[in-house]
Design a protein around this ligand. Structure first.
Ligand SMILES: Nc1ccn([C@@H]2O[C@H](COP(=O)(O)OP(=O)(O)OP(=O)(O)O)[C@@H](O)[C@H]2O)c(=O)n1
Ligand SMILES: C[C@](O)(CO)[C@H](O)COP(=O)(O)O
Length: 232
């Protein structure tokens, strides 16, 4: 299995004055934490890190020898495509992960990989949505209130049959997640249980929340970060 860790965004909404993947959580850059968690999953073979153009050497020094490092593009979709192009040809299952979700644990990578092996084109971890969601039109008039029992807030890593992901990227479309590209071409995409630790750092408030989550975890019993067995 290959894992593409997209880390080429600049983190405008966080406003840290550096690429977001270099911002530290508990004293460790997000890219280091994300790659360590991906590498600890038993199913992981090749790792590709997609870094901001102009920062490749800096990222290579942080993540060590194992990952392949490539430059990203203007949009997240372009960065995923760059990572996909760098994967060795024999890899058939691909996970796409945001460095901004650095706390996603190794067991989530393995759960996604195993679910892909059971048949669908795309597998997405997701959590129930606690708020009531409204569809609104341009002037704010509510056009619908979907039943939240059928809604999930989706995370990464998202897993794919490589052929389905490549086909989706060849469509030339853009989307905020890769599964949507697969779904638009009629691919079967399924949601499995997500994990709170995979929350995304977008704003300063998110970074503070993740720091609190990590502090809370390190105060309790720890999960050993040993190499896990892959059953796919
Ligand atoms: N051109 C881009 C844009 C985003 N990403 C990556 O996609 C993930 C999710 O994107 P987001 O959280 O929106 O990150 P940024 O684009 O950095 O944030 P912002 O929109 O605030 O600038 C991040 O790990 C980010 O590094 C990427 O590799 N290439
Ligand atoms: C892929 C993603 O993390 C799933 O929730 C999300 O869609 C990324 O969106 P962003 O706007 O690039 O943060």
């Amino acid at each position: 299995m290959g894992v593409i860790v997209v880390a080429a965004g600049f983190g405008t909404r966080l406003g840290a004055g550096m690429p977001k993947a270099l911002v530290e959580i508990d004293g460790e850059p997000m890219i280091v934490r994300a790659v360590r968690n991906a590498a600890a999953a038993g199913c992981t073979g090749t790792i590709v890190v997609v870094a901001p153009d102009g920062h490749l050497e800096q990222f290579a020094a942080l993540v060590g020898q194992r990952p392949i490092i490539v430059a990203g593009g203007a949009e997240r979709t372009n960065s995923v495509a760059a990572g996909l192009a760098a994967l060795p040809p024999d890899i058939e299952i691909v996970l796409v992960h945001d460095a901004a979700r650095a706390g996603a644990p190794p067991e989530l990578f393995d759960a996604v990989a195993q679910a892909v092996c059971s048949g669908p084109d795309a597998v997405v971890p997701g959590l129930p949505v606690p708020d009531t969601i409204k569809y609104v039109d341009a002037d704010g008039t509510v056009t619908d209130t979907p039943d939240r029992a059928f809604l999930r807030a989706v995370q990464t890593p998202q897993g794919f049959r490589r052929a389905a992901l490549e086909r989706a990227h060849r469509s030339g479309r853009s989307a905020t997640d890769d599964a949507a590209l697969v779904e638009r071409l009629g691919g079967r995409s399924v949601v499995i249980d997500g994990d709170l630790r995979a929350m995304k750092v977008t704003t300063r408030a998110d970074l503070d929340a993740v720091e609190r989550l990590v502090a809370h975890e390190s105060a309790g019993p720890t999960t050993p970060q040993t190499q896990r067995k892959c059953t796919t």
